[in-house]
Design a protein around this ligand. Structure first.
Ligand code: BGC
Length: 422
């Protein structure tokens, strides 16, 4: 049976500035310099979690200090036109990107007109190629002056963020409908503050809870500020939700699921009720509960799953993740979904099966409006560096050559026909 997606369904990809642009100068750039050596040493002695012939080449790359330094990256900052043309040639009609705050406001309160113009050009190019822009204001990196003041802990963080958002709302308001205030504030808080493995490595439950609190308030205030300037803007954030599966539906597993859902999936969203026009869902994780967490079968794992437990490929999970968001009664855009797959052996399968899950959710009345794959290009995967390959398009970081992977063509077929075989 063939399923046709709703008319106007958005198809495309998502990215973030620091992960593709090259030559950014922010808190991450400095942190990378000071950690590259340590990460490369750790990789040298690391054992894979799942046996795979890929491990040798991954380990080799991961053992190079240069793997951990974002550097000039894929130079998307200068090659965005070529990259958007690629997206267009792959049948996409939308593209999510982020603005690099440290470029726009390199010094406190001093906004750089040239950089504002740069992103205006980016937006205009997207529009001229019929790619609906999804603009993310903040995808985790901070200008250095703000880092010096304590980052999100600065007493002025909220007002700085609003000033930055208002500047961009004035600059791009006529051209951008979809605004994402922040990417995965919950993951950022978890990684930077609860387990403390990302900058600023402030580890502690108190720091974590406080970070969430700050980001909740900042999102709400930013929503209100942008709405004042742009009443018709569609504003939301990108939320990472996990599908917690209560295995065999036992009472204990159901109780554990309910607790995990409440904290991981719903807490942030509940706290910002009334302050988002759509839900942006980033779906990557499945967590099977069987008298304990992470009892996954791991029948399919991505390249990241060779390294860490949580990267099982579980396409059915997207159906459940969507169903579980339906009670919010808001349009849902899948603002990220993807996998690290350097040999491109699982990507086509994973996308196809996951889109069947989207179709199933739509058939049951869930208001899904778009699917944005992570990512168009291979990119810099934070503290893992360059070795994980998330792109529909492969990047040779030496020559900057882009090569379309086969799976991109499978996805293209769905994008241009707006249909899928169930
Ligand atoms: C983040 C991206 C990241 C992707 C793959 C998401 O949680 O928003 O920045 O690259 O996951 O790990």
């Amino acid at each position: 049976m063939q399923f046709t997606f709703p008319e106007g369904f958005l198809w495309g990809t998502a990215s973030s500035a620091h992960q593709i642009e090259g030559n950014t100068h922010n808190d991450w750039t400095e942190w990378e310099q000071s950690h590259a050596e340590q990460f490369s040493n750790e990789a040298r002695t690391k054992k894979p979690l799942h046996s795979s012939p890929l491990w040798m080449s991954i380990q080799q790359e991961a053992s190079l200090p240069s793997n951990y330094i974002s550097g000039n990256n894929s130079d998307h900052y200068h090659r965005f036109k070529e990259d958007f043309a690629l997206a267009r040639s792959l049948g996409h009609n939308t593209l999510r990107f982020s603005i690099e705050w440290s470029r726009i406001e390199p010094k406190e309160g001093a906004f750089d007109e040239k950089e504002i113009d740069h992103y205006r050009e980016v937006i205009q190019e997207l529009k001229s190629q019929n790619l609906e822009p999804f603009l993310t204001l903040w995808h985790w990196t901070l200008p250095l002056w703000l880092k010096e003041q304590g980052g999100i802990y600065s007493p002025n963080f909220k007002s700085y963020f609003i000033r930055y958002a208002e500047t961009l709302a004035h600059a791009y308001g006529n051209e951008v409908t979809f605004w994402i205030t922040m990417n995965e504030p919950d993951i950022f808080s978890f990684m930077s503050f609860l387990i403390g493995v990302w900058p600023p490595e402030k580890k502690g439950v108190f720091y974590y809870l406080r970070a969430l609190h700050i980001l909740i308030n900042t999102h709400k205030a930013t929503y209100t500020a942008i709405k004042k300037i742009l009443p018709h803007a569609q504003i939301g954030l990108a939320k990472n939700n996990t599908y917690f599966e209560a295995y065999q539906n036992t009472l204990i597993n159901r109780v554990l699921k309910r607790m995990a859902d409440w904290w991981v999936n719903y807490y942030f969203l509940n706290r910002i009720r009334g302050y988002q026009d759509f839900i942006g869902l980033n779906y990557y994780f499945h967590n099977r509960i069987d008298y304990g967490f992470y009892k996954n079968e791991n029948k399919h794992v991505s390249d990241m799953g060779l390294w860490e437990h949580v990267w099982e490929l579980y396409p059915e999970g997207l159906y459940y993740a969507l169903k579980e968001l339906a009670p919010y009664r808001l349009p849902i855009y899948i603002t990220e979904h993807g996998l690290a797959d350097r040999e491109d052996t699982s990507r086509a399968w994973y996308i196809t099966e996951s889109l069947k899950s989207v179709a199933r959710a739509l058939q049951e009345g869930v208001d899904v409006r778009g699917y944005l794959h992570w990512s168009l290009l291979d990119n810099f995967e934070w503290n893992k560096g360059f070795w994980p390959r998330f792109g529909l398009v492969e990047v040779d970081y030496q020559t900057k050559t882009r090569t379309i992977r086969k799976s991109a063509l499978v996805f293209k077929e769905v994008c241009i026909t707006n249909k899928i075989e169930l």
